[in-house]
Design a protein around this ligand. Sequence first.
Ligand code: AHG
Ligand code: MN
Ligand code: MN
Length: 335
Amino acid sequence: MQDQTATFERHIHEQQLDQRRQVSGEFTWLLSGIVLACKIISEEVRRLGLSGKSGGAGAINVHGEEQQTLDIFSNKVLLECLGSRGNVGILASEENEAPIVLVENRDDGEYVVMFDPLDGSSNIDVNVSVGTIFSIYRRPENHNGSTASEVLQPGTQQLAAGYCLYGSSTVMVYTTGNGVDGFTLDPTIGTFLLSHPDMKMPDRGSIYSVNESYADSFPPYCRRYLHWLKSGEDDALYSSRYIGSLVADFHRTLLKGGVFLYPPTSFYPDGKLRLMYEANPIAMLAEQAGGIATSGGESILSIKPNDIHQRVPLFVGSPFEMQRLQTFIQRPLKV
Ligand code: AHG
Ligand code: MN
Ligand code: MN
């Protein structure tokens, strides 16, 4: 019988005690805002066909993509739930062009929260798993006074990162830099309960995940790597799985190992995924679980951002597959 007291909130509190952080409760209160928002979004996802929130909203976001009704709904829920915490200074969302400054002075709003409110929008109407991704920073004490300088911090500075996956069940996976834990929403009591303690990515897997329709425009090293994944060499027998929702493709990689890649393509020369609210939180989770995440050139977490919506190539997975990728990146082209 599941321990119905092993809640997300209790876990955060105990983790802070373990880390001998002065348990002010501020961080727990902040995270409870994310938990509340994800519960509301989860309910909406589950009733989508009935609630009239499916389909396009007839608006275009800052990326030139048609916003789905659920993108806008999820974004509004997160802005409200986090905006009401009282300790969040700045919010940045995939769906908002500029960061939103809630509290000018740092003392009253010490946290910066960035999020992708609804990841996998193209899958919403076909009942395929989607998710919410979040990344939490502390506002820097020294900065040049611009909001951008408070927000544009490398992924190594994240206080916490996580996602909520609205799949066959609703699962919250998060890290505060002290390992990765997963919680499943028990709808009978409306509470996330610890279901995946201390998650570790397998050292090696048997699944690769990439949108192969773009393969002709991948960089040569990437095409050679893909060929190796399919070759059966080095007793590497892989099958291919691609859901098209980053959260779902990564969650499977976290649990089963292997590799997920979104390389540069002719349409997205810098990759499609956004650094601040997709790649960085995923990379923190991957590394905390024993995996590796790079842009093909450098560790994702070390990238110094220059724009909150900047895109980056993402290769993330088990040590074996990621080290093998590195050999293709370093191998000179056969002339
Ligand atoms: P979002 O719905 O937040 O825009 O994210 C979609 C992303 C990501 O979830 C997924 O990995 C990728 O788009 C899929 O892109 P392709 O459809 O080009 O494969
Ligand atoms: Mn996304
Ligand atoms: Mn999104």
